[in-house]
Design a protein around this ligand. Structure first.
Ligand code: ACO
Length: 207
């Protein structure tokens, strides 16, 4: 099977085997225009009432992570997912810059409550470059979290849909995730499956 690897610059023509996240609005970590290019047709029946990345609900905005999210509760939000630690602004900005220095790799998406100026949801697409499948790329869905007060409003599903569609848009040949067993029903709702014979996830922890 032949997978063609193309990476798209912000609103520009595809650059074959190119590798640039490109500049976005403000300090967007990747071009916001990518979020406008997603094809929601497959998700039409998943959201009631209907929502998309462009219309996530009153006062809400789906956008790429920005440097300013340090002051909008992004790290505190991640703290509802797992241990984050005491991260200084300098450390946050260094990590942000390190991510932008790896072109076409990190796509953290957030949901902001624009009324409160708070980040209330987040998920990240990580793209891995491969030699296999004709130098294909694959995606990983990472760090999905919705703030306590905003759960049950379809934002978790919305973030998963955004990341999944973004991976397709960026020509990943597949996207995978790992999660606790109790979360399997949640991700199953959005089309993720345990493939027969390869549903294992193996780990060595160093911490
Ligand atoms: C790859 C990873 O990152 S795994 C880590 C996942 N993240 C976490 O566990 C962090 C803590 N939890 C959370 O942040 C949130 O509870 C999330 C992200 C799991 C769900 O966010 P929400 O915005 O509440 O989910 P949303 O409102 O979109 O619910 C979608 C559907 O999943 C269902 N659902 C929500 N949470 C769960 C769950 N824990 N288990 C099973 N189903 C669930 C809902 O009932 C809803 O079903 P419906 O479509 O039939 O009505």
């Amino acid at each position: 099977m032949g997978y063609r690897y193309e990476v798209y610059l912000a609103g520009a023509e595809p650059a074959q085997n190119g590798c640039v996240n490109g500049a976005g609005e403000g300090s967007d970590i990747f071009p916001r225009s990518l979020l406008k290019q997603l094809d929601w047709a497959d998700y039409a029946d998943k959201f009631r009432p209907a929502i998309t990345a462009e219309q996530p609900g009153d006062g809400l905005l789906v956008r790429p992570l920005q440097k300013e999210d340090y002051d909008k509760g992004f790290l505190q939000l991640l703290g509802q997912l797992t241990e984050v630690g005491d991260i200084s602004r300098e450390d946050f900005l260094k990590r942000y810059e390190a991510m932008t220095a790896c072109p076409s790799t990190y796509y953290p998406v957030v949901v902001e409550d624009e009324v409160k100026g708070q980040v209330v949801g987040a998920a990240t697409l990580v793209i891995e470059q491969k030699f296999i499948h004709h130098c294909a790329v694959r995606g990983r869905l990472e760090d999905v979290v919705v703030s306590d007060d905003y759960r049950g409003k379809q934002l978790g599903k919305l973030l998963i849909a955004v990341i999944t569609l973004l991976a397709k848009r960026l020509h990943c040949y597949k996207i995978t995730l790992d999660c606790k067993d109790v979360m399997i029903p949640f991700y199953s709702k959005m089309g993720y499956t345990n493939e027969a014979g390869r549903a294992n996830y193996m780990t060595i922890r160093y911490d």
